[in-house]
Design a protein around this ligand. Sequence first.
Ligand code: ZN
Length: 299
Amino acid sequence: MIRFGIDLGGTKVELLALNGEGGELWRRRLPTPQGDYQGTLQTIQRLVNEAEGELGCQGSIGIGTPGAISKATGRMKNCNSTWLNGQPLLDDLQQLLSRTIRIANDADCFALSEAIDGAAAGATTVFGVILGTGVGGGIVVRSRLLDGPNAIAGEWGHNPLPWPTDDERPGADCYCGRSGCIETFLSGPGLSRSHRERTGETLDAFLITERTDAGDEACGITVGLYEERLARALGHIINILDPHAIVLGGGLSNCARLYRTVPLIWGRYVFSDRVDTRLVPPRHGDSSGVRGAAWLWEY
Ligand SMILES: [Zn+2]
């Protein structure tokens, strides 16, 4: 069976065709027609036609999107590619491409990709975490995405940071309307703000982690604080979900010391005499979105 995964991003649309074993057969990307819904549909149709023409066969289609489908209306919601919001994307594509299509958000696709044949392959319960511009997540149990009535399983970024210290309350305002959300501490901009508040120095998250690796003391303290907060936030998840593996994705997943330090801290917050959950870096990196979209047809 050939599976097509499509990553519908804000700047590019990418199609990857996988064979039954997860081997890559065909890959192409086109720019996303910004602000143009009909153009977006046509771009996806064009990629599918080109893949099928060159491979000489049909494939199943899974799509990863920045938002989710509202179960109430069947229309897109929460997309930062705002021209998709309110559109019946799934229905329109199913009609255009004459087949049943599956759609999931990009954090879910990341989690699925790493659970099926990535860093968490073989783990029964997997929490996939995005630590990037925002903080998101997805949960995979026995190779299937956990999918509930609100289409938000694993979305922990707008929960409050657990066990806050006095100087972490009430926390920064968040665009969701509350304050002190996990995302405001653990996103890249959150790390950057934390460093600025402590030192007065404005650096982006990548530079802070890079300077930490090079031995910069001030940046090292900021990253140490980040690790303590990440350990608390993940400890909370472990108490509820008890996952076998947690895979980090997004820009901050490149910070190698997190995998060493965070498991040394999280035991303080987990209600157990020991913690055997593995914390692992992603295997597929930037390809996780398209690969996970393709694996939406694993089951
Ligand atoms: Zn929030």
